[in-house]
Design a protein around this ligand. Structure first.
Ligand SMILES: Cc1ncc(COP(=O)(O)O)c(C=O)c1O
Length: 436
């Protein structure tokens, strides 16, 4: 295949510096286990599980076969007023993993759609209980909640919002939880819990009964793995309970073992009312997102409709798509059979130790981490993100794929990784940084 400018002409790539990429392409043509293979035949260790999604490793035949058999049997059924059995089976399997009480699963096709769905369920819940005046959402600086307009409004990343108009009205942001004093702290920082008081202050400033929901990622992922300070999430839960505010955890990255537990909620012992998930749910072999909703919210919405009426006017053409359900079930089978969550928990200590050993490198200004997830910051170059992209490209040439956001690196190896993969990953990071 000839990868010239003409070949690249028509695909407008997402979140990519298109001109730069097309003049220096990094094409991946195969994946297996923890490795990707480039068009030039190079083997590349996947240090970020794709985009935090290929927990069971790349191109798992069990998932491919499950999807193929399903597509031959039934490739599509309208998901409104009709269904196919796998959606109920997958929902049951997910509900068995989620914390007690979050027993009702709504399907979409991505993390962004899961966030959009969670926002609408929060609105609908308050509407159903006669509190339709609750129109505000509290989110957080440095949050990432996907790219649909609700998610963009909730996100706390300026570049993701700047060009896209006013967004969802009534969104306010708490401060993020990164504190300079917590640089190079492994796991949950001891200090910073008081930042949860931002929610109470916003409630007092805007009126607690105007706030529909508070949404946070248990560990803020995309902007650099910001681990919540001890007590922070518990305090958010307490404030939400005090004011009838729905607490949403966006578990799109944290879910399915990334933190060594089924969900972030389990890692930190705080149970939200609604939880979003996607990514590792299907090992990224098919697009799918889902929202787990607690019995109270689900019951309030469903019983508010008269018999025979639709309860929630929301859903996607591809909600609970048969191929995605088949991929989800096959993925959860692998999780069970290979004890992936336990493996992540077992490897976490070694992983964090090796990653934090990089703190002697001058160009690294901070490292954070929890479970099988870590973030590090590079001293910025001439403009924010320029060094990050350059570093990402150098890593790739040295045999490592790593997700960079600006000048922060996000390390999230597949849960099937072994110590030797972690060693290789850290070795490439160190070697590449030494070249600067
Ligand atoms: C916490 C969180 N929410 C939502 C999303 C959006 O997911 P998607 O890209 O599948 O729409 C992401 C993606 O990285 C995420 O990290």
């Amino acid at each position: 295949m000839k990868y010239d400018m003409e070949f690249f002409e028509h695909h407008w790539m997402p979140f990519t510096s298109n001109r730069d990429f097309k003049s220096d392409p990094r094409m991946v043509v195969r994946g297996e286990g923890v490795y990707l293979y480039s068009h030039e035949g190079e083997r590349i260790l996947d240090g970020s599980s794709g985009l935090f999604c290929c927990a069971a490793g790349h191109s798992r035949p069990e998932i491919a076969e499950a999807v193929y058999s399903q597509l031959k049997e039934l490739s599509y059924v309208a998901p409104f007023q009709l269904a196919q059995p796998l959606s109920f089976e997958l929902a049951r399997r997910i509900a068995a993993l989620t914390p007690a009480g979050l027993d009702h699963i709504f399907f979409g096709n991505s993390g962004s759609e899961a966030v959009e769905t969670a926002v609408k369920i929060a609105y609908a819940y308050h509407y159903a209980r006669g509190e339709g005046q609750r129109h505000r959402f509290v989110s957080r600086e440095r949050a990432y909640h996907g790219v649909n307009l609700a998610g963009v409004s909730l996100s706390g990343m300026m570049k993701n919002r700047q060009a896209f108009g006013p967004g969802l009205p009534g969104v306010v942001h708490m401060r993020h939880t990164w504190l300079p004093e917590n640089r190079f702290v492994k796991g949950q920082p001891e200090t910073g819990m008081e930042l949860a008081e931002d929610l109470e202050r916003l409630a007092q400033q805007l009126g607690p009964d105007t706030i529909a929901a508070c949404i946070v990622e248990p560990v803020a992922g995309s902007t650099g793995c910001l681990v919540p300070p001890k007590g922070y999430l518990d305090r958010l839960r307490e404030i939400c309970d005090g004011h009838g505010i729905v607490l949403i955890f966006d578990e799109v990255i944290c879910g399915f073992g990334r933190l060594g537990t089924p969900f972030g909620a389990d890692a930190f012992g705080v149970i939200p009312d609604i939880m979003t998930m996607a990514k590792a749910l299907t090992n990224a072999a098919q697009p799918m997102g889902a929202v787990a909703v607690n019995n109270k919210i689900h019951g309030t919405i469903t019983t508010s409709a008269v018999d025979g009426a639709i309860e929630l006017f929301h859903g996607y053409t591809y909600s609970a798509h048969p191929a995605a359900c088949a991929a989800g079930i096959a993925t959860l089978d692998i999780f069970e059979k290979e004890k992936l969550i336990e493996r992540a928990a077992d490897l976490s200590g070694y992983f964090l130790e090796q990653i934090f050993a990089l703190s002697d490198i001058a160009m690294i200004t901070d490292i954070r981490g929890y479970g099988l997830f870590a973030g590090f910051d590079l001293e910025p170059g001439e403009a924010p993100g320029v060094r990050g992209l350059d570093f990402q490209k150098r890593l790739y040439r040295n045999g490592l794929h790593l997700k960079m956001t600006g000048d922060s690196g996000l390390v999230a190896p597949p849960l099937i990784s072994e110590k030797r993969h972690i060693d290789r990953l850290c070795d490439i990071l160190r070697r590449t940084l030494a070249d600067y």
